[in-house]
Design a protein around this ligand. Sequence first.
Ligand code: SF4
Length: 489
Amino acid sequence: MYLADGRKTVEGPSIAEKLEILADAAKYDVSCTSSGIERSAQQGRLGTTMAAGCCHSFTPDGRCICLLKVLMSNVCTYDCAYCVNRRSNDVKRATFTPRELADLTMAFYRRNYIEGLFLSSGVVGSPDHTTELMVQALTILRDEYGFRGYIHAKAIPGTSPELLDMLGHLADRMSVNMELPSQQSLDRLAPDKSSHSLIAPMRRIADSIAQDRETHAITRQARSRLPQRHVPWKDRAYVPAGQSTQMIIGATPESDYSILNLSSALYTKLSMKRVFYSAYIPVNSDWRLPSSRAVQLDREHRLFQADWLMRFYGFDVGEIIDEEHPMLDLLVDPKANWALNHLDDFPVEVNTADLELLMRVPGIGPTGARRIIRARKSHALGELELRKVGIALKRARYFITCNGVWLGGGVDFSREGLRGRLTATIDGGRHGRRHPKRIEGQMSFEDLGVGFSTGGAEPPIDVAVADVRQEVPAMPEQVPAAGLKAWRP
Ligand code: SF4
């Protein structure tokens, strides 16, 4: 801080320096989606939330919105092997005061830089002390500034239930990072955390959300019509956008089978809104971590697709993956893979098939399936009509018939024939995003030996994107059983 004559009055980083350190330290956390709740503007108060959208994502109206993604502090008493903020790393440290963070958020909001806040933190002293700092910052935002924008807060494992409750009534979404898919891996890479300290807050949040919906929703609705500015924290909705979690993929040898079974258990038993998969990015040198510097982005992508099938397409985890084939196919997406393994159910007649079956056709999603059902009420659908309702036939054509006519003419309707077609390199033509756009003589990134940048965040050490099939560490025989049972202490 500086006086008017330019003299420095307080030692330590300025707010701008803190922001630089703490925003940079937060960049590896991927679970920063907003969405799920609507909160309109209110006279005398600030901020709104949209039902969809996230940090650098898009709302249904095509708007890109942004959250201030930052840590309360990157000081941490824990020593997780994979984390850049771990105790044993020699990095610049900083901690916001609650007032600084609240003021900064409001300043950004007023300048229209952000529409909400994603707040995480290292463990400053103890989980309770850290959560207290977060609660204070959010209380200033909500009560003093009347901020109604979206807030996603990370719950620190080991926080007392009372503080979790307070944080939950201030935030829209909460998340406790699962971090690693098994107790065994947690013991190895994050020895300060226990399965109990991760599952207990998740359970608490899930129970509190359910209880809040059942008991308080009606009274809160009645109260919200009153023009009161300060709503007692207990009367605010508890985590109205639900809870999410994040797992690091590729730092430990668990298979996709274990990971997806755990995710399935989290969705069904803890009402998780979303599980995020984060390809492990090597930022530390540590004997406990894989020696490979490959970032398994392909694998992460397939896990997200499989997760999507469980949440929106009605697939059971057992339909997507089994113990005998514990890794997802990297060449074919999980839905197409399921279709190839169930060719007896195909081709599907688009003019008669029910919604559930239509959604299982590769290339047809829930929206497309609903459009088909709506359109066929007025007329029979052929290839032209399907195109008109927005169905991309590139993959779907091999799995459907229109009025008995199969659209995949000329292709062998067998697992091998269709798989060959689905994995064939797509000729992107001379235009569009698949066109390489490389001018003759122009150097490529490979020529220059430039490392890959993940999501705009340059990892501290060179990270190469590699073929994950050769990079997945060998599975130890004692990989724990899938599901939440493996997490019980
Ligand atoms: S608790 Fe572990 S993962 Fe979280 S900031 Fe500290 S060292 Fe990193």
